[in-house]
Design a binder for this molecule. Structure first.
Ligand code: ATP
Ligand code: MG
Length: 257
């Protein structure tokens, strides 16, 4: 392992967010067996910036997120992240034996604060579900609890690993809008892993493509929100990103006779 400095025993440095960077990664590598899944990756994320991360299955997106979340410290290289950060995964991972409000504040220091949990459940539109058990929630509701649980930590960096992946199309659109609203209000830096190119283009300031263990491509989406998905710039970026992902779209103008 090379020069990874740390304020804790971990190999990821935690800092107060600086003026210029919420996340700073230099030469990050992660090896499983004899395969470098992450291989000299560099990345900066500005405070308050919304970044989406695309990439083929198995390219290392979740591995990168886990490192930034502090869940994997066996790395080479330098990764600087804010101390206040939170993560939401594709599966909401709620504790079935704790009521919804208790899940939201689970792990916070001090006595479980129901009023605090309530505030964040209100924010995600779940005021009516405060005292129910997680097993009585729909998939979309459980995912919103997971978002409330992340936001209650007032993160400077919010890490989202395919948080809408398991939702049906309509619930997914609503969840995307909710994330857009929450981000506009909280203005934390976000790193969203997704397989959905349109989702990335609708939500993010910048879209990255991970390949070969590095950030192989990136596009900036300099359009005001909300964004119409048929905006010519988005259509062009979509084609560019799909190409980078190795997905060839059927030619819409091809004759079908
Ligand atoms: N604990 C582990 N031990 C060994 N190999 C692992 C481990 N975790 C992940 N890998 C491997 O590292 C590679 C990257 O995994 P990762 O979960 O980061 O991919 P991903 O880009 O998130 O994929 P997906 O889009 O399918 O979620 C995969 O080949 C995976 O099998
Ligand atoms: Mg993954």
């Amino acid at each position: 392992m090379t020069g990874v400095t740390a304020t804790t025993e971990s190999h990821t440095t935690e800092t107060q967010t600086s003026e210029t960077a919420a996340v700073s990664i230099r030469g990050l590598s992660k090896v499983f067996g004899d395969r470098a899944v992450i291989d000299g990756l560099d990345l900066d994320i500005r405070p308050g910036e919304f970044v989406a991360l695309l990439g083929r299955s198995g390219c290392g997106k979740s591995t990168l997120l886990r490192i930034l979340a502090g869940l994997d410290s066996e790395i080479d290289g330098l990764a600087t992240v804010p101390r206040r950060r939170a993560v939401a995964f594709q599966a909401p991972r709620l504790m079935p034996w704790k009521r919804v409000w208790h899940n939201v504040v689970l792990g916070l220091p001090g006595r479980p604060d129901r009023a605090l949990a309530q505030r964040y459940l209100d924010e995600v539109g779940l005021s009516a579900k405060t005292t129910v058990w997680p097993k009585t929630l729909s998939g979309g509701e459980a995912q919103r609890v997971s978002l409330a649980r992340a936001l209650v930590r007032e993160p400077e960096l919010l890490l989202l690993d395919e948080p809408f992946g398991a939702l049906d199309a309509l619930t997914r659109v609503k969840a995307q809008q909710l994330v857009a609203d929450l981000w506009a209000r909280h203005r934390c830096a976000v790193l969203l892993v997704t397989h959905d190119v349109e989702e990335a283009l609708l939500l993010a300031d910048r879209v990255l493509v991970m390949d070969g263990g590095v950030i192989a491509h990136e596009v900036t989406v300099a359009l005001p929100r909300p964004r119409p998905i048929d905006h010519p710039t988005l259509v062009r970026l979509r084609t560019e990103l799909l190409g980078r992902l190795g997905i060839v779209e059927p030619d819409r103008h091809a004759s079908v006779d």
